[in-house]
Design a protein around this ligand. Structure first.
Ligand SMILES: NC(=O)c1ccc[n+]([C@@H]2O[C@H](COP(=O)([O-])OP(=O)(O)OC[C@H]3O[C@@H](n4cnc5c(N)ncnc54)[C@H](OP(=O)(O)O)[C@@H]3O)[C@@H](O)[C@H]2O)c1
Length: 318
């Protein structure tokens, strides 16, 4: 019997890697549908987001100690789907509930089992696709913006304002009433303007362009990409305590700027971001959806670094 003939009730696919390398190390393997232990719920995953941290991990790049390394490994962190089984002792969740969250090294699968403390309800009006892309970028953007006093009268620079973390970071700053300048490639400038963000091209000459756009100075810099953003901010005279980076820990250590990121926000903050998205107050664009079996192509696009929003794997189309 071929894999395609195995009934859904007994088969469950997941993305794994058995060695470090490029997207070619990613495979989709079959396993029995996992059974929730007491105190766990099982989620039938519909959508699982792709993040740069995933490819940094499967490439074998040195990472912070918080990231365990083991082979073989599952892959992915973000998911959204539907509760489809309850372990004993579960209260407050029902089969059929729409949920999202994060489960590192486990998310890119047909099914996962999880402690429900890590789940967030998907609000009405929010698609599973967007919810499945939200965990890492939502927590990171919320934590980064919350690391600073941002409000009316504040001029904020968000680097990478067209990227997954950057689009939410810039959006949250706008909701707080700040003036937001965002760096992006020129092809994204119209989209940024439509979101109320003043676009500036990144790359050589950035400091001069920022002086022209903000002659009165920049108060806060929220760096979501690295690429010299911290050094440019310091050159502009922004105090180190008013700079937060989620992407350049070498610059954080060298210059004493802040490094508040996704680990500094949890499910409560994710719920707040999801509510803002559902209400239409925030936007998280989707660049592309791939079938789970096309996971290598999804990561090739992410590693290119210029996706127009989030990349999401779908488990319900393959
Ligand atoms: N510390 C944490 O908790 C945490 C959490 C999440 C992410 N991160 C890190 O944050 C970074 C961004 O993640 P993401 O999910 O937002 O990635 P992403 O969606 O792939 O976005 C990449 C961004 O980088 C911009 N970019 C590409 N080349 C650039 C260059 N040479 N100079 C300046 N900007 C450039 C892109 O702009 P264009 O498309 O306009 O070219 C885009 O806005 C990654 O390094 C990731 O690992 C850290």
């Amino acid at each position: 019997m071929g894999f395609a003939d195995v009934p859904d009730t007994v088969r469950s696919r997941r993305v794994v890697f058995r060695r470090f390398g490029g997207p070619e190390v990613l495979e989709v393997e079959s396993r029995p549908v996992p059974v929730p232990a007491p105190g766990q719920v099982r989620v039938r995953v519909a959508a699982a987001g792709v993040n740069p941290v995933d490819w940094k991990l499967f490439s074998g790049r040195p990472m912070h100690d918080a990231y365990e390394r083991h082979l073989p490994s599952g892959n992915g962190y973000d998911f959204a789907g539907t509760v489809d089984a309850l372990g004993s002792g579960i209260t407050g969740w029902e089969v059929g509930d729409r949920v999202f969250g994060g489960l590192r090294y486990e998310a890119q699968a047909d099914h996962l089992v999880i402690d429900p403390a890590g789940l967030v309800e998907v609000p009405a009006g929010l698609s599973l696709t967007v919810a499945g892309a939200l965990n890492v970028v939502g927590r990171t953007a919320w934590a980064s913006v919350s690391s600073q006093d941002v409000g009316p009268g504040t001029t904020v620079l968000v680097s990478g304002a067209s990227g997954g973390v950057g689009v939410l970071t810039a959006g949250l700053c706008r909701l707080r009433g700040a003036r937001v300048i965002g760096t992006a490639s020129p092809g994204r400038h119209d989209v940024l303007r439509a979101r109320g963000i003043e676009p500036v091209a990144y790359g050589s000459g950035l400091v001069d362009r920022l002086r022209t756009v903000a002659p009165g100075g920049i108060d806060v810099v929220l760096d979501t990409v690295g690429h010299g953003t911290v050094e440019s901010a310091l050159e502009l005279g922004v105090p180190s305590g008013r700079i937060n980076t989620v992407a350049d820990y070498a610059a954080r250590d060298a210059h004493g700027v802040r490094g508040v990121g996704g680990a500094d926000a949890g499910v409560d903050e994710l719920g707040l971001v999801a509510g803002l998205l559902a209400a239409g107050d925030l936007e998280l664009p989707i660049d592309a959806e791939y079938d789970l079996v096309d996971v290598r192509a999804a990561y090739a696009r992410s590693m290119d670094g210029h996706a127009a929003g989030k990349i999401v794997l779908r488990t319900d189309r393959g």
